[in-house]
Design a binder for this molecule. Structure first.
Ligand code: NDP
Length: 284
């Protein structure tokens, strides 16, 4: 039986978007987001559409730059330069993954985005700002999870947070954000020994590894908050997370579902990052 409180991505995403809209109104700014997509990866097209839809919903400006799969690195960099110089665009993101021919240039491409417009929070300047406690644009997925914990009234101060995964997009920034919220943080990865022993100590357990139903009930402390970042397609139309939702839900205190959980927070937080970027650029 599901005992855990289900943390609805829909509910918290709506709160994050509402707050972003209100902040934009109070600043008197119409925030603008440019999404650059190279090639026609179908999964990316869905994500990009969701980002555009969120902009429309909030009345933000959204600009879509769709470039052919054979775009050269220099052409892509010149599009970024143009967007960096465009005063109506406050946030720029390059949808990943890039086509195979540009894969090696990924970091160079991300580094070309002005740090103040880097709403994905992947630029080394923002990574550095985040890790030194300065105001930063932080990656949307972990930042959205932190906002959800705040809205849900789940404390982090002095709590043991265990993160499964050390990617630049989720695991590492999640660790920085939880540290900044005074959690004691442990990061686990594929070389970690005695994983279940560590995860059973977690008051807050974040799973971001990309393995369907990897986290089982015996790995979770009763009452823990479990945040499932994983998105795994196990059948053409069936998505599951990294957590065995049914079994873990019987002992956890709170849990995010997949779908309907963290994925929705990511897009909502992107909207907040666009507002934060617009605010920084306006000097307000
Ligand atoms: P990566 O593949 O970049 O990183 C996976 C991490 O998991 C690595 O650090 C890896 O360790 C670790 N790992 C893999 N296997 C194990 C294991 N058996 N035990 C412990 N750690 C392990 O993935 P991402 O961080 O980009 O994404 C993770 C998941 O989150 C994916 O399912 C992805 O689809 C999803 N995601 C969801 C988002 C959302 O909006 N909800 C946004 C971004 C991602 P090592 O470093 O040693 O290889």
């Amino acid at each position: 039986m599901m005992a855990a409180r289900i943390l609805s991505g829909k509910e918290y995403a709506a709160k994050i978007k509402e707050a972003a809209k209100r902040e934009a109104e109070s600043l008197g700014i119409c925030p603008g987001l440019a999404v650059v997509m190279v090639g026609d990866n179908p999964a990316s097209a869905v994500y990009v559409r969701n980002k555009n839809k969120a902009c429309e919903e909030l009345g933000f400006r959204s600009l879509m730059e769709t470039l052919p799969a054979d775009t050269s690195k220099d052409e892509l960099l010149s599009v970024i330069d143009r967007l960096n110089a465009d005063g109506n665009i406050h946030g720029i993101l390059v949808q990943l993954p890039l086509p195979a021919a540009l894969a090696d240039a990924e970091q160079e491409v991300l580094n070309r985005i002005s740090p103040d417009k880097d709403v994905d929070g992947f630029h080394p300047v923002n990574v550095g700002r985040l890790s030194t406690g300065q105001e930063a644009l932080a990656p949307c997925t972990p930042a959205g999870c932190i906002k959800m914990l705040e809205y849900a009234g789940i404390p982090t101060d002095g709590k043991h947070a265990v993160i499964l995964g050390r990617s630049n997009i989720v695991g590492k920034p999640m660790a920085q954000l939880l540290l900044a919220k005074n959690a004691t943080v442990t990061i686990c990865h594929s070389h970690t020994k005695n994983l279940a022993e560590i995860t059973r100590q977690a008051d807050i357990l974040v799973a971001a590894i990309g393995k369907p139903k990897f986290v089982t009930a015996d790995m979770v402390k009763p009452g823990a908050t479990v945040i499932d970042v994983g998105i795994n397609r196990i059948e053409p139309k069936k998505l599951v997370g990294d957590v065995d939702f049914e079994a873990v839900g019987e002992i956890a205190g709170a849990i995010t579902p997949v779908p309907g959980g963290v994925g929705l927070l990511t897009v909502a937080m992107l909207m907040q990052n666009v507002v934060t970027a617009a605010k920084m650029q306006s000097g307000k």
